[in-house]
Design a binder for this molecule. Structure first.
Ligand SMILES: CC(C)(COP(=O)(O)OP(=O)(O)OC[C@H]1O[C@@H](n2cnc3c(N)ncnc32)[C@H](O)[C@@H]1OP(=O)(O)O)[C@@H](O)C(=O)NCCC(=O)NCCS
Length: 202
């Protein structure tokens, strides 16, 4: 079980739990079909759909068992504006694997906010959760996302040809990854708190 201390502060960002009052700001980017172009998701049809998405994000504040995710609102420290979200999913307890993801409002791209927020999630994954490997998975056409992962120092490990049928067409998937020892080589002086363990009993 891992619950991060929130908010997480980075140089320009404040990463915090989603709140009910975020519905309008979430709608501003998650309601935009262009944001979903290379994702499995679709833009919700109305504000009720956005409220359901928001309710799920509000729940994602701890890693209790594999499959859980921490999904945080990306807020500009300077203005307090919510401009996107960032995610760390615990994909395997046995293999200590995680996955990161991110979304930004189109008006706030090109400033490095996704890279800065995702870097904080890698720190959580490796320094706090003792994960062994973290991946980023994307549609091969999503070059903006590939550049985020490359900027984070992640290794492009695979290009899977037409391995998924998404939104009516075959899509290639690309996988980037980083190992804990590669992360630590870059950030000397950090100490892992302890491994996440799978729930016992029941
Ligand atoms: C993927 C996504 C978050 C990338 O957004 P982005 O703005 O390109 O990424 P960043 O916030 O890291 O910004 C990087 C850009 O800012 C520039 N930049 C400016 N200041 C910077 C800084 N201080 N640090 C890093 N980059 C900076 C970089 O040069 C880069 O610009 P370039 O692409 O012209 O080279 C965005 O395209 C998006 O939300 N897409 C839709 C959702 C999606 O596909 N998510 C990924 C799923 S796999």
């Amino acid at each position: 079980m891992f619950t991060p201390d929130l908010p997480i502060e980075t140089e320009r960002l404040h990463l915090r739990a989603f709140q009910p009052a975020d519905v309008t700001d979430l709608h501003a980017y998650f309601g935009d079909p262009a944001v979903h172009r290379y994702l499995y998701s679709e833009a919700p049809a109305d504000l009720d759909g956005i409220r359901e998405v928001l309710a799920r994000r509000q729940q994602r504040t701890a890693l209790r068992e594999q499959g859980d995710a921490i999904q945080l609102a990306v807020v500009l420290r300077e203005t307090g504006q919510l401009v996107g979200d960032v995610l760390l999913c615990w994909t395997s307890a046995a293999h200590r694997q995680g996955e990161i993801g991110y979304l930004l409002h189109p008006d706030h791209r090109g400033r490095g906010y996704a890279t800065e927020a995702a870097q904080a999630m890698l720190a959580l994954a490796f320094d706090r959760c003792d994960l062994h490997r973290v991946v980023g998975r994307l549609d091969a056409r999503n070059t903006a996302s590939a550049q985020v992962l490359a900027r984070l120092g992640m290794r492009r490990e695979a290009h899977l040809r037409e391995n998924e049928y998404v939104k009516g067409e075959w899509a290639d998937e690309v996988i980037y990854a980083l190992l804990a020892r590669e992360w630590r080589d870059r950030c000397t002086g950090t100490t892992p708190v302890g491994p996440l363990t799978a729930p016992t009993g029941g």
